[in-house]
Design a binder for this molecule. Sequence first.
Ligand SMILES: C[C@@]1(CC(=O)O)C2=NC(=C\c3[nH]c(c(CCC(=O)O)c3CC(=O)O)Cc3[nH]c(c(CC(=O)O)c3CCC(=O)O)/C=C3\N/C(=C\2)[C@@H](CCC(=O)O)[C@]3(C)CC(=O)O)/[C@H]1CCC(=O)O
Ligand SMILES: NC(=O)c1ccc[n+]([C@@H]2O[C@H](COP(=O)([O-])OP(=O)(O)OC[C@H]3O[C@@H](n4cnc5c(N)ncnc54)[C@H](O)[C@@H]3O)[C@@H](O)[C@H]2O)c1
Length: 203
Amino acid sequence: MRIPILFEIKNKTVIAVGGGAIAARKIMPLSEAHAEITLIAPELHPDLQSLYENGEIKWQQRMVQEGEQFDSSILLLMTEKEELNQSLYENKRPEQLVYIVNDAQKSDFHFPAVLKKGQLTIALSTNGASPIYAKRLKKQLEKHLPVEVEEDLAFLDQARKSILAYPLTAKQKKQLLQRITTEDFLRRENRQQLFEAMLEEAE
Ligand SMILES: C[C@@]1(CC(=O)O)C2=NC(=C\c3[nH]c(c(CCC(=O)O)c3CC(=O)O)Cc3[nH]c(c(CC(=O)O)c3CCC(=O)O)/C=C3\N/C(=C\2)[C@@H](CCC(=O)O)[C@]3(C)CC(=O)O)/[C@H]1CCC(=O)O
Ligand SMILES: NC(=O)c1ccc[n+]([C@@H]2O[C@H](COP(=O)([O-])OP(=O)(O)OC[C@H]3O[C@@H](n4cnc5c(N)ncnc54)[C@H](O)[C@@H]3O)[C@@H](O)[C@H]2O)c1
């Protein structure tokens, strides 16, 4: 069974074998999240070529052979050659997390469809039943998200930090956190001033 986890990939070492269209789609978000990526492939998809030219990924321009072993936290096997991917999988290191582009069963993790809005992340997976359905549902969800999500979360993030840093009892903190999250409160035009007054009153 798989569980959704938001994983900090910054500075984790990633070795990716294969540089086609699918590799490009999977590597893009890892690179944006500052993983340490080394790609091994004889040629690169244009999006990967740009990442390489901008110094965001390393590239070993060569063919990988069966039987090779790689030293990295994460290994992405993304060639179109199923047998090669399988054989590299057999050689994985015990602690290595491996993703195989054409074997969802064996992969240690999946790539969900991701919807981001400010500090909100929604990840959708159909467990491989239909990635196209996941993509469509993501677009529908996007349309139904309240327009204020981004602003609300930016406000709540700051407010929550202030509450937690204030000399209040755990119960008072909990009550305040609940109050500022209500729809009524969030829609008040002067919510920042109201919040500051509430904080002082509570002390
Ligand atoms: C969400 C998204 C994220 C991303 O890729 O970044 C994603 N696939 C996307 C698109 C997409 N993928 C495919 C098509 C063509 C139509 C079709 O065939 O359906 C399209 C549509 C398109 O390209 O528009 C083909 C396909 N996909 C997989 C296989 C192999 C198999 O099923 O075994 C094949 C057949 C290959 C073949 O032909 O052999 C497998 C997987 N694809 C997954 C994720 C994982 C399951 C996620 C889930 O269930 O929700 C999983 C299991 C991989 C994993 O992570 O382990 C991304 C949407 C991005 C967005 O949100 O905008
Ligand atoms: N998981 C998914 O979301 C998903 C979606 C669509 C397709 N697929 C599968 O992914 C696979 C790859 O798709 P693609 O469109 O990127 O294919 P592609 O042919 O465009 O890319 C394959 C890449 O692997 C490289 N390669 C081949 N042999 C190599 C070797 N020995 N060493 C290093 N690199 C090598 C090629 O040079 C190329 O860069 C296909 O088998 C397809 O069935 C998976």
